[in-house]
Design a protein around this ligand. Structure first.
Ligand SMILES: [Zn+2]
Length: 455
């Protein structure tokens, strides 16, 4: 009998490792369309073993694993996760095989160890633990939606939720990721930004020209540089008319969480090697920008010659890839239209703008919702330190269909940590976070459903 009730029982620890080892071995890289059916089946098998009714639903892309078990008279929690992963490249920078789980220094390494197979394994183990604590049966209803295209922008999740609205009815939702911040404090995230990816392209003539003609012949690289530079100022503020018009003011509760957020810019500056953040932002202002401000990003600019030595050429074509991170209530299609109007008004009618991917809407959950408060209390119980409530992540995901279409309160908690290297070589999850994060999930459900363990 263990003294600390938060410790994962030994057999569930072994179960976690075994689940993760089997899933990591399946190279379900969404961008390459690999091992999708096989991984969906592997996930379905484990959810069936939990006693859930499972169906693998076809979509226009990778299949979605759907599972449910309703409990009469009890509320239902929906878990959103994904079984796909990012490519393993560059493979040579991994210390061990990305598709073979390895254990070193209290961590488990492998592609998907944290994003998102390690999180999904924690949800499964949490439910097994819950059953054990409640006489062998789940004390709440459970629904799982495990998709296979999150890493390529969840292009079919909106349509999936629309089509299965009835079966997805639930009372609350646990999102696919979460964990501790750079100071190892438990983090509770309540929102995600929207995203619209835009390709800008320009052609200035029939073919590349000798640069001796530079005084008279237009140059596509200059055109693109000027068009991109017109979009925002040096401190990161967008210069597009109307861009900020629909930005919803923070509620008092949101503003208070941002204002009181513990300082993180110092650690992040050191981690990412930056001396000064945009706008000179530090402390609460750094959090405010990150959580509440929309932004126009340049992901890449390509034109002309970039090789060794010289090539005196006037490039005829240039392209730039942008992503715009949106906050409520900005609309992706309207933002695309505003950027188009801006380019036209500033004399860049020749610079074409097209959507590169299906956009995602921004979404935020009210941090004063009881589900969020129970999550904060469960985290404090599991970690022994108060949760840091984050109004919005800087990142994006298909939160809108779940939070706004299904109307679910959503919390983002889990087993990740700041050096978990999601999307990078040596992706990992720490045992200490698996222990605490899994226990926090168990306690969130018990607190929320008002059930305490038997015996
Ligand atoms: Zn990811």
């Amino acid at each position: 009998m263990s003294a600390d009730p938060r410790l994962l029982p030994d057999d569930l620890r072994a179960r976690y490792r075994d689940l993760l080892a089997r899933w990591v071995a399946l190279p379900s890289v969404a961008a390459e369309g690999r091992a999708q059916d096989q991984t969906a089946e592997a996930v379905a098998t484990e959810l069936r073993a939990l006693g859930l009714d499972v169906a693998v639903h076809a979509t226009a892309g990778a299949p979605v694993v759907f599972a449910e078990r309703r409990v009469p008279g009890a509320p239902t929690v929906l878990f959103y996760n994904h079984y796909d992963v990012q490519p393993a490249d560059p493979v040579e920078l991994w210390t061990s095989d990305p598709f073979e789980l390895a254990e070193r220094d209290g961590k488990l390494f492998g592609r998907g160890a944290t994003d998102d197979k390690g999180q999904l394994a924690s949800r499964v183990v949490a439910l097994e633990w819950l059953k054990r604590r409640h006489g062998g049966a789940l004390p709440v209803g459970v629904v799982f939606v495990v998709e296979g295209e999150e890493e390529v922008g969840s292009p079919n999740m909106g349509a999936y939720v629309d089509a299965h609205r009835e079966r997805l009815q639930a009372d609350a939702c646990v999102w696919e990721f979460g964990g501790v911040d750079a100071h190892d404090r438990p983090q509770l995230i309540c929102g995600l930004k929207g995203i619209v990816s835009i390709d800008l392209t320009v052609r200035t003539g029939a073919y590349d020209q000798h640069s001796g003609l530079g005084p008279v012949v237009p140059n596509a690289a200059w055109r693109m540089a000027a068009a991109v530079a017109s979009l925002r100022d040096a401190e990161g503020r967008a210069l597009v008319d109307g861009f900020y018009d629909r930005v919803r003011p923070a509620t008092d509760a949101e503003a208070a969480y941002v204002a009181n957020a513990p300082r993180e810019d110092d650690v992040v500056a050191a981690n990412v090697g930056v001396e000064r953040f945009l706008g000179g932002a530090t402390g609460a202002e750094w959090h405010r920008r990150l959580q509440l401000e929309p932004v126009i990003n340049v992901n890449g600019i390509h034109s002309g010659y970039g090789g060794p030595g010289m090539k005196t050429v006037l490039p005829v074509a240039a392209m730039a890839k942008l992503d715009v991170r949106l906050v409520p209530d900005q609309d992706p299609h309207e933002i695309l239209g505003l950027i188009r109007a801006h380019l036209d008004r500033h004399g860049f009618g020749d610079v074409a703008s097209t959507l590169a991917e299906r956009p995602e809407h921004p979404s935020r959950v009210d941090p004063t919702h009881p589900w969020v408060r129970h999550a904060a209390a469960a985290l404090e119980e599991a970690y022994g330190t108060p949760a840091v409530v984050t109004v919005s992540s800087g990142g994006s995901g298909p939160l809108h269909p779940f939070a706004d279409v299904l109307g679910l309160p959503v919390v983002m908690i889990g087993v990740g940590h700041a050096q978990g290297r999601a999307h990078a070589p040596d992706e990992n999850v720490r045992w200490v976070d698996v222990e605490r994060g899994t226990y926090a999930t168990v306690r969130l459900i018990e607190r929320w459903a008002g059930v305490e363990p038997q015996g």
